[in-house]
Design a protein. Sequence first.
Length: 218
Amino acid sequence: MLKVLDHLEEWLISFLMAAATIVIFVAVVHRYLSGFAIPGLQDWLLGLNFGWAQELCIIMFVWMAKFGAAYGVRTGIHVGVDVLINRLNERRRAGFIVFGLLAGALFTGIVGALGATFVWENGAHHAIFHALGIATDTPEGPTTPDLEAPTWVVYSAVPLGSFLMCFRFLQVTRGFLRTGELPHHDQGRVEGLDDPGDEDRIYRMDDELHPRDTGAPR
């Protein structure tokens, strides 16, 4: 189960990004070709309604952002200012790191709980009761302007993404307490390219930031 969960963000983000790209591409091509007075084709294109494309893409980007934040916690790609913390001794540094991780878990847990309450009161309770065959007089809730989809489905990204982010904070905290290491993302690494290893060591400076000049001064 945990192996599947570890790839949940990548799968969801990849699917949403691909879907959004396809929807935007088709909508732009439709709008462009509709301007050509081609007999038969123009009337057919004008009969197609792509007014929902922008709204759908906005919703997908919101979901990408929420689950992308959880992915960032797990992989350590969030920007952090740790200049002062890294100057502390190991014990105090570890204490501040654990405090920050637990504070992140608390914050995202609160946001997830508030988001779940909002989603429940925004029509999710009516949909769940109706699906279970339970009689209820609760309102259905509002819908989106173009897609006319229940807004509670859209807003579900807040509790789901926040609770997953909370879980990632706790997961990183557990890993740090066991190993003393945090997830780290190498900004210079490109997926699909092989690691050069030590082949370029002669060109490196001691600070690992600048190339070394191996030639004699002229």
